[in-house]
Design a protein around this ligand. Structure first.
Ligand SMILES: [Cu+2]
Length: 285
């Protein structure tokens, strides 16, 4: 059973093992979707771009949809398994970032996710482990035509990060889905979207997984879905647009019909509802 924790609770050794695994997945493991043209890391960027209705669109789109939490749960779990395989180290797990910036909560440090983009170079991240300069961490999948070769960030230029009060307020919403005010609807728009916008640059695009902070952000959302489930044990963990919890045979879509499957397994929504069925859990819910 893999245990996921807050990044601030990781040892220096765990942080460097995670970073090394990300760099190996980017540069040393070949793509399944476009062999020879990009790394295995970039496959996750491509899947997400398709999921946003860009490139080779996925149907259904798992954003602004009840499928948001199940679909992203599988995406980041497959990424975590790919990191373990790339580094041949089964102790590597995804950490989460709680969207706070005080002290050890801040992931944008030189020994971890790296700093903000440089406003003299189109907000490109020019230092740290995920820069062209230090590690040749090069963007391979763009929203549109090939453009800036490095990831970009524009921290704090647009909007604000969700406050602890906003997180608590979202967690109090029920049911899982309603058109405007369910847990999924409020958390996807007010929490998830706000963080993508606040980071800006690459994270503001359909190709947002180009920035590794994507996975720490979505790991926190995945944790919050667990917390919401625990807080509302008397109602279904998932309901569709029609309000039905009968989801046993809804299969999650990660590739269009004319592209290879990114991994061999298929997953139904039902198979995502319990993290322990996917062989991971959170240290604290
Ligand atoms: Cu997404």
């Amino acid at each position: 059973m893999d245990i996921r924790r807050n990044h601030r609770d990781m040892t220096a050794q765990q942080k460097s093992a995670l970073i090394d695994a990300i760099l190996l997945l980017k540069s040393n493991v070949d793509s399944v979707l476009r062999p020879g043209e990009q790394g295995r890391y970039d496959d996750f960027v491509q899947i997400h771009k398709n999921s946003m209705g860009r490139g080779n669109p996925l149907t259904p789109n798992p954003h602004r949809s009840p499928l948001f939490y199940p679909w992203h749960r599988i995406l980041i779990r497959q990424f975590e398994l790919a990191l373990q395989a790339a580094a041949n180290d089964s102790t590597i797990t995804l950490p989460y970032w709680n969207w706070q910036l005080n002290g050890a909560d801040n992931p944008f440090t030189s020994d971890f996710m790296g700093a903000n983009g440089d406003n003299l170079r189109a907000q490109r991240v020019t230092s740290g482990f995920f820069s062209m300069e230090q590690t040749r961490f090069e963007v391979k999948v763009w929203d549109d035509a090939p453009d800036n070769p490095g990831i970009r960030r524009n921290l704090g230029a647009n909007g604000t990060l969700p406050t602890a009060e906003m997180v608590i307020s979202a967690l109090n919403r029920t049911p899982y889905w309603t058109e405007q005010s369910g847990w999924e609807n409020v958390s996807e728009v007010e929490l998830h979207n706000a963080v993508h916008t606040w980071i800006g640059g690459s994270m503001g695009q359909a190709t947002s997984p180009n920035d590794p902070i994507f996975f720490l952000h979505h790991c926190h959302l995945d944790l919050l879905w667990e917390r919401w489930k625990h807080q509302h044990r008397d109602i279904p963990a998932y309901t569709n647009e029609a309000g039905s919890a009968e989801m046993n045979d809804t299969v999650l879509v990660f590739h269009p019909a004319n592209e290879p499957a990114p991994w061999s397994q298929t997953f139904t929504v039902q198979q995502t509802l319990d993290t322990e069925d996917l062989d991971y859990r959170y240290e604290y819910i």
